[in-house]
Unconditional design. Structure first.
Length: 254
């Protein structure tokens, strides 16, 4: 993916990593469209950041995704990058079904079906562009599980394998598949995460991500140094130690 000259749609970007990435990519000379559920948040972004377009979209709702895709492509037919950013993370107790079933269904609908539906809404258009990219967003927890969030871990593992698979299928097109694999980052994804000393500061994470995109335009995965501890535990042969360390230090792992 080239760092500039793109037209990019980032749903789930009204806060956290999504918004920070949108602003950083805008600063690099891209046209950026931000999507989200909350109209007031979108209005605030449009007011505070002139030049960034916004569209309302609920990635847990198939009809909303279809409507947003039509709106985005009508206004930005040159769109060539989709960042499937939206996701939720919830603590679950799998000892009792009433403690996890509703949460698990919500997580899978948002984190797995959401990106699948987004890609489905844009993939034909992206194949018409001379240079296009689908950016998926997995997690370090796709490779090392956090005890407290089983469905989130599983959803991100699914996104990793989805990315690997569609990259193979789309190899005969102009569409690249780039997987972003964040570590824990100081955002509002989970209660207390913004102040978690074990999480990576958001500005540092975004700066490293942008640098990696800029210096490695042909990369298949974007991995900041912090995530490699989780990403490569099995390859290094210290997977059990990585699992124990993660769950001993993360406030949600107890």
């Amino acid at each position: 993916m080239n760092i500039s000259g793109n037209t990019i749609f980032i749903p789930g970007a009204t806060s956290g990593i999504g918004l920070a990435l949108a602003l950083a990519l805008r600063a690099k000379g891209n046209t950026v469209v931000v999507g989200g559920r909350r109209a007031e948040a979108l209005a605030r972004i449009a007011s505070e950041h002139p030049g960034i377009d916004t569209v309302r979209v609920d990635v847990a709702d198939a009809a909303s995704i279809d409507a947003a895709a039509k709106e985005v492509l009508a206004r930005h037919p040159e769109l060539n990058v989709l960042v499937a950013m939206a996701g939720i993370m919830q603590v679950e107790d799998w000892h009792r079904p009433e403690s996890f079933l509703a949460s698990a269904e919500q997580v899978v609908t948002t984190n797995v079906l959401g990106p699948i539906r987004l890609i489905g809404a844009f993939v034909e258009h992206l194949q018409t562009r001379p240079d296009a990219t689908i950016v998926t967003v997995s997690s370090g927890l796709a490779f090392t599980p956090l005890k407290a969030t089983p469905s989130y871990n599983a959803s991100k593992a699914a996104i990793h394998m989805l990315s690997e698979s569609i990259r193979l299928q789309l190899a005969d097109t102009t569409v690249k598949v780039l997987e972003l694999e964040p570590p824990s980052v100081r955002t509002g994804l989970m209660p207390g995460q913004e102040d978690n000393e074990h999480a990576m500061p958001l500005d540092e994470f975004i700066a490293e991500v942008v640098e990696l995109i800029e210096t490695r335009p042909e990369a298949k995965e974007i991995q900041v140094e912090r995530v490699k501890f989780l990403r490569y535990g099995e390859a290094r042969g210290d997977y059990d130690q990585v699992v124990a360390t993660l769950n001993a230090t993360d406030p949600h792992g107890k």
